[in-house]
Design a protein around this ligand. Structure first.
Ligand code: SF4
Length: 191
């Protein structure tokens, strides 16, 4: 099938790509992650996804939608992740439909840390007669993918993506320090 694979980051893409390519799908990757903040992190994860696309010689589409204010506003919202899955899947679906794909899916399904049932429910709700949501369970390959990411020299992030999720990471001090250093460098570079 012609498959549009939503790609949340490089490391999470590796195992699902092995699986869908082995299954014979014709794959296009799509980076569409308005949830990843700050912008330097959004760019860093995209740079990694480009390395993966080059590695597998696959086409990569990029949607530069970025919604920091929306996620900060939803920081205390218990359903923040449901909104996040739903919003991204809807946009992926729209792109897949417009470009004539036969199936769509997301590399989020490799992660044992994401809400698999909610992702599948959202994906299935969008299906049409001509566009299928692929609900494959790639979680058994999560560690394998992370090891492959190390071998490829990919950056492996330590938080899900939005600014509120940094607060939930046990590495939050390290992450914040890095982001602060990047922001200072960015300021210093300005004329
Ligand atoms: S924690 Fe992750 S899935 Fe949940 S809203 Fe933030 S970026 Fe999205």
């Amino acid at each position: 099938m012609r498959l549009l694979l939503h790609t949340c980051c490089g490391p999470c893409a590796l195992y699902p790509l092995e699986a869908v390519l082995e299954a014979g799908h014709e794959v296009t990757m799509l980076y569409l992650n308005p949830n990843i903040q700050p912008k330097s992190e959004w760019q860093r994860r995209l740079d990694n996804v480009k390395i993966v696309a080059d590695h597998y010689k696959l086409p990569l589409l990029v949607d530069d939608i970025y919604m920091e204010d929306e996620y900060v506003r939803r920081a205390k919202d218990e359903d923040r992740c449901l909104f996040c899955y739903g919003f991204r899947l809807e946009k992926v679906f729209e792109r897949a439909l417009a470009d004539g794909f036969e199936a769509f899916s997301t590399t989020l399904l490799v992660s044992p840390y994401q809400n698999r049932e909610a992702i599948i429910e959202r994906g299935r709700a969008l299906e049409t007669n001509t566009l299928t949501f692929l609900p494959d369970d790639w979680r058994s390959g999560y560690r394998k993918g992370q090891e492959a990411a190390k071998t490829l020299g990919l950056y492996r992030q330590r938080y899900c993506g939005c600014l509120p999720s940094i607060e939930q990471s046990r590495f939050k001090d390290e992450i914040k320090a890095r982001h602060q250093a990047e922001a200072s460098l960015d300021q210093a570079d300005r004329p």
